[in-house]
Design a protein around this ligand. Structure first.
Ligand code: PAF
Length: 303
């Protein structure tokens, strides 16, 4: 007989959670429910845009373990899309999301309408500084301001003890930390959670379902090349590794690297030498056909 497993994932898989999850559509109702919850303990918030997958589940599982009440927001935020087609084609799967969240034991799914969140246009401009100016910030003008708008609203409505974000969107976490600092969300802990991957290495993303079967077979090349770059980094200069990652990926069919930058994990600023940062991270955005995929890799300190 094998040794019993006591890790939290097998524990969560074995217990059946009977409590009914509530779906909340309005801010007023959310705030009312959370007023009581706050008196009873901590609140964990998992902001999402829906189309939930195992990556989101890992955030909800962690929030479930660490908090008394768990709220998951499911809202495709229009202000963070700078491309109308991307917004229109973003997958919306509310019924499946509801089922997954209920099975995870979330207490509340907050799924408001656009009018509820933005009764009038949000004209706030956040001074996010350098962390928001490079990479995604440079490629998607206005994107991070939109993220700051929605996440600041969710923080204000929910006043969570902890908020959970996936490291696949590595730069987004730095931007949200900056927004939290600017807006004075000082008591709230931002928890960054590791990337979840398919067995072949592809980082889980709601966009993966838009890959054709042929593209899906090629898409894991992104993580494969990033992992290979850990080995290349032992011998090559930072610039050589950068060029090799881009050139190698672009040789695959469907693949078109938009950018690959090696940045400092705190400032998000590109570095020129391995020794320029104690935490270098390689951040990539690569098109696979029409689908824009992102991923990243942490290099050992001072390789
Ligand atoms: O990462 C996402 O899914 C979104 O950017 C977020 C944080 C839920 C804000 O809409």
């Amino acid at each position: 007989m094998g040794a019993p497993r006591y890790d939290i994932e097998s524990f969560l898989a074995q217990i059946s959670i009977n409590k009914q999850m509530e779906i909340i559509r309005t801010v007023a109702e959310l705030q009312k429910k959370l007023e009581t919850a706050r008196q009873n303990g901590s609140i964990g918030l998992v902001p999402t845009m829906g189309a939930l997958h195992a990556g989101h589940k890992s955030l909800v599982d962690r929030a479930r373990v660490e908090n008394d009440t768990v709220v998951v927001s499911v809202f495709v935020n229009p202000t963070q899309f700078n491309n109308a087609t991307d917004l229109a084609t973003y997958p919306r799967t509310e019924e499946a999301d509801r089922a997954m969240l209920e099975a995870c034991g979330a207490d509340y799914m907050f799924a408001p309408t656009v009018e509820e969140i933005y009764p009038e246009p949000d004209t706030r401009v956040f001074e996010l500084g350098a962390v928001a100016e490079v990479m995604e910030g440079a490629m998607r003008p206005g994107h991070f301001n939109g993220v700051a708008q929605i996440v600041s609203k969710l923080f204000a409505f929910t006043r969570p003890t902890r908020a959970y974000f996936g490291e696949k969107d590595f730069q987004q976490i730095a931007v949200i930390r900056k927004m939290a600092e600017l807006e004075g969300f000082n008591d709230l802990k931002i928890v960054d959670c590791p990337i979840l991957r398919e067995a072949d290495g592809l980082a889980l993303s709601s966009r993966n379902i838009r890959l054709t079967p042929e593209q899906r077979t090629v898409a894991p090349a992104i993580s494969l090349v990033l992992r290979s770059s850990l080995i290349w980094a032992k011998e090559l200069s930072l610039k050589e590794v950068k060029n090799k990652v881009i050139a190698t990926l672009n040789m695959f069919p469907f693949m078109d690297v938009e950018y690959f930058e090696i940045v400092d994990a705190h400032t998000m600023q590109p570095i020129g030498e391995w020794t320029d940062s104690d935490c270098p991270v390689g951040c990539i955005t690569c098109y696979c056909g029409e689908v824009r995929l992102i991923d990243n890799i942490k290099y050992p300190c001072a390789v």
